[in-house]
Design a protein around this ligand. Sequence first.
Ligand code: COS
Length: 386
Amino acid sequence: MEFELDETHRLLRDTAGAWAEREVDPLAAAIDRSDEFPMHLWPAMGELGLLGVTVPPEYGGAGFDTLAGVLIIEQIARFSGSVALSYGAHANLCVNNLHRNGTEEQRRHYLPPLCAGTHVGALAMTEPEAGSDAVGGMRMTAVRDGDDFVLNGTKMFITNGPIADTLVLYAKTTPEQRQHGITAFIIEKGMAGFTVSRKLDKWGHRGSPTGELVLEDVRVPAANVLGEVNKGVAVMMSGLDSERAFLAGESLGLAGRALELSISYARERQQFGQPIGNFQLIQGKLAGMYVQVESARWLVYRTAAAAAAAARDGRRFGKEAAAAIMYAAEVSTRVALDAMQIHGGYGYLNDSPIGRIVRDAKLLEIGAGTTEIRKTIIARELLGLR
Ligand code: COS
């Protein structure tokens, strides 16, 4: 049984962490305030091999595994949840999905610019009436017409949607067959009839653009079907498992940073003539935060390692991925709020990063499946129910 990261993973973690501290940390507050996506980071991340982390080098990727991606997103999230979330949507939800399910031709065409960071990627699943009920509520339709499919409908809450060049999008090709009538498509932003109807104004993750997308008679060539017609539910569900394992790393980064900042503050902040870290109530809080972060860390790392093995063998890891993100997300909200309590009035000011971490942490209990859906997935699998 191996409990340590190997040398490659440690090196990747440290390289990503040093890069994020140098390039992302100084921008994080401004990204949050302006709600503007830092586009210039993408080619830099592409050059470092971060964007195609799980994609083989022949398509422009770095050829690592899910654990590598988790370590990278964790490090980015220590400094900016917004950059981390956009990174996750690009590198996992779009790029990893496209590589896992794409034909050789699709991979060669779409992956190199996404891995290089000259294109931005996104995944369009959620709709105004299809949040938790992602399968049953889906209204986007795709009707075959000659060599094309004609798509109509609206997608909602799409991370990177307003700036994406390439999107993986789910639609119903045979709506009456419910889960067996879904197909995945590769969409390009320039396709006629595709519009970003709104950029959404969010509480957190500001600067990671989220959009509502409208497709009106968008003609998509049949060559852009990702996987097989009417077999999209497998692409979608296995993608959700992978996404949950990957994004759990963001929660870890946010929680870890909240703890780091709290330790520094407890050492420096003087009250009653001594550092507040000398007081047992603060010590108890820090110890509790540490235990939660470390428990989440090993659950998330172990799940990421298992996800890579499962992906290789074609096994499902729904319960494990749901458990990892559920626990890490709840920990990160709790730890971020504890950090605010330790920082007192200063933590409540907008020039402190703590409020941003609280706002960012909360989303991970909602996006990628709510805590309630995660519990449903875990319980259904434990009980052998469907
Ligand atoms: N690989 C392949 N197929 C899978 C799979 C996987 N990992 N997991 C599930 N499936 C299949 C199921 O086997 C089922 O097919 P069959 O009926 O042929 O057996 C199909 O997918 C549908 O699964 P299920 O019946 O479980 O769907 P439900 O409608 O009951 O929905 C939940 C299940 C609620 C778990 C799902 O809709 C969900 O995760 N909702 C939350 C959505 C979400 O996370 N949104 C955030 C998006 S951020 S991009």
